[in-house]
Design a binder for this molecule. Structure first.
Ligand code: SAM
Length: 232
């Protein structure tokens, strides 16, 4: 997909998400609230971006492997965390061919599955690499938020959307897939993962001061969807 924000603008993206409203005060606290105890856990950070999550996981005592399809993001993680994290390039549409079976206690995938047209390959491989009782926690665009951008007007289709976001303080083109709720949850269940938690996002109270408009918006309507599953 054409997403220059994560390749040629990787540095700017890393700086933008450090303390912005949507990532720092909404997405990260909502996803972190779903994570288990991390001390000594083997954790896979899928679509790791510049490594904000990997850094947090390490700080909590986890052993971390991080992957991303963008060489620029992989380089940023290596710069930021060095040998403390194993980080390599991987297109998640191809699954996790370099990972062994039953190797991880936890896999996270924040804000990335909407870049994949077909979720079944990734979800099956996440199940394969998790230990029994291992957890998979991810966030993605809430289907109701993307639906108004549907080119067809048919909620039940999975469709590519081309849009512009101002995450970097100016419009940058992004491409992603919107899909109905069923098309997010059904491939998880078909992969053999059991849904154990769901959340529609909760802004950090600190955002009320820093960004009252978005605090009100995200306190009264969804932005992202947060899903927690277990490998039984
Ligand atoms: C919105 S950023 C999220 C980064 C990180 N998870 C976070 O929340 O801070 C999306 C990331 O997904 C990565 N990505 C997009 N498509 C991907 C794919 N097919 N395989 C692996 N990574 C992908 C991008 O390179 C980018 O780093």
């Amino acid at each position: 997909m054409f997403n220059p924000m994560y390749s040629e603008h990787a540095d700017e993206y890393a700086a933008a998400i450090r303390d912005n409203s949507y990532n720092a005060f909404y997405e990260r606290p909502s996803l972190l609230a779903l994570l288990p105890e991390l001390q000594n856990k083997a954790v896979l950070d899928l679509a790791c971006g510049p490594g904000v999550y990997s850094e947090y996981l390490l700080s909590q005592g986890a052993r971390v492997t991080a992957v991303d399809c963008s060489p620029e993001m992989v380089a940023l993680v290596q710069q930021r965390l060095g040998d403390a994290v194993k980080c390599y390039e991987q297109d998640l549409a191809q699954g996790l061919p370099r990972e062994a079976d039953a190797a991880y206690d936890l896999a996270i995938c924040p804000l990335a599955i909407h870049y994949l047209e077909d979720l079944s390959v990734l979800f099956r491989d996440v199940r394969r690499v998790l230990k029994p009782n291992g957890l998979f926690v991810f966030s993605t665009h809430h289907p109701f938020v993307d639906y108004p951008f549907s080119p067809s007007g048919n909620y039940f289709l999975t469709e590519k959307i081309v849009d512009e976001w101002d995450t970097l303080g100016r419009p940058v083109q992004v491409e992603f897939y919107r899909r109905p709720l069923t098309a997010i949850l059904q491939p998880l269940l078909e992969a053999g993962l059991t849904l154990v938690g769901i959340c529609e996002g909760k802004p950090d109270p600190k955002m009320e001061q820093s960004d009252p408009k978005n605090f009100r918006k995200l306190s009264t309507e969804p932005g992202f969807l947060f899903v927690k599953c277990r490998m039984m």
